[in-house]
Design a protein around this ligand. Structure first.
Ligand code: AMP
Length: 302
């Protein structure tokens, strides 16, 4: 695996691969890799001749009060993992390489960027679309691989690629979960053992909605109420247990629901009825750790 830190070297290497007639797959990441990231690499390997991955903790997608400074970084470990997975080219630029002094140009996907996570994290998707555009221009992949875990990001990037005619196929891969259902995330590393258990409420709320939908419930209002109820229950069980926990170090955290929404997966607009398929998405703060998760409900048979 060849490592590049400059744009010029990365571009030359990926151009050489494509000129040799190889279909180039690209997996952009912020590092602190887990099985979710590796599933994207494996999908890329399965349908491309060469795979480029990037590791770049993109400062422009973090808000001023967010976790940029403490975001987990484990470059040598990540590099070894990618090498083992058969990645051919790794791009790991420094911030100054990607954002030279005086950079003032942004790529913005209007409207979509202020829904779901974009609403709670103003400026987040502007940072994502700007860096992904830059990476696409540098790597020039034939196909780029993203996780369904970040469902709003998928909608925003798909729209950007369509609107700006990027010559790249966007491939979306399923969410990889821990055995107990928690969606894998680099941010799970922030959770204390108790918070780790509390975090399961996200998956529980989605599982409940999925079950009700399977049993025929079609009303988004009813399904949202059921999903939110799981969060109220979590609060109650926490209140019951706080007395026992108070003396210990690992106290229960506040779990604060940010949104529980049922939307069209492409427009991210709310839907009233899930018969035509829907994205059920949830975001919550467990202590100070913001977690997201979602499920896709397929269109029901007529
Ligand atoms: P990140 O490093 O968090 O920017 O994520 C890089 C890519 O990995 C994004 O396309 C994410 O959607 C994807 N990803 C993160 N977690 C998971 C997961 N649990 N399952 C599948 N893909 C994931």
């Amino acid at each position: 695996m060849n490592l590049f830190t400059t744009i010029a070297e990365m571009r030359a290497a990926s151009r050489a691969a494509r000129q040799a007639g190889r279909r180039l797959g690209f997996v952009p990441t912020m590092g602190a890799l887990h099985e979710g990231h590796l599933s994207l690499v494996r999908a890329a390997r399965a349908c491309c001749d060469a795979v480029t991955a990037s590791i770049f903790v993109n400062p422009t997608q973090f808000g001023p009060t967010e976790d940029l400074a403490k975001y987990p970084r484990s470059f040598e470990r990540d590099r070894a993992m990618l090498e083992r997975e058969g990645v051919d080219l790794l791009f790991a630029p420094f911030v100054e390489e990607m954002y030279p002094a005086g950079a003032v140009t942004w790529v913005t996907v209007d409207e979509l960027s202020s829904k779901l996570d974009g609403r709670s994290r103003p400026g987040h998707f502007r940072g994502v679309t700007t860096v992904v555009s830059k990476l696409f221009h540098i790597v020039e992949p034939d196909a780029a691989f993203f996780g369904q875990k970040d469902a709003a990001q998928v909608a925003v990037i798909r729209r950007m690629v369509r609107d700006l005619n990027f010559p790249v196929e966007i491939v979306v891969c399923p969410i990889v979960r821990e055995p107990d259902g928690l969606a894998m995330s680099s941010r799970n590393a922030y959770l204390s053992p108790t918070q780790r258990k509390q975090a399961l409420v996200l998956h529980r709320s989605l599982a409940r909605v999925e079950k009700l939908a399977e049993c025929g419930e079609r009303s988004a209002k009813q399904l949202i109420a059921a999903g939110r109820e799981e969060f109220s229950r979590e609060k109650l069980s926490r209140q019951e247990l706080t007395g026992h926990e108070r003396s210990g170090k690992d106290v229960f955290a506040e779990v604060k629901l940010d949104y529980f929404a049922i939307v069209d997966p492409d427009t991210l607009d709310p839907v009233d009825d899930i018969s035509n398929g829907a994205l059920v998405a949830v975001a919550a703060l467990v202590g100070s750790t913001r977690l997201i998760d979602n499920i896709l409900i397929n269109r029901s048979n007529p």
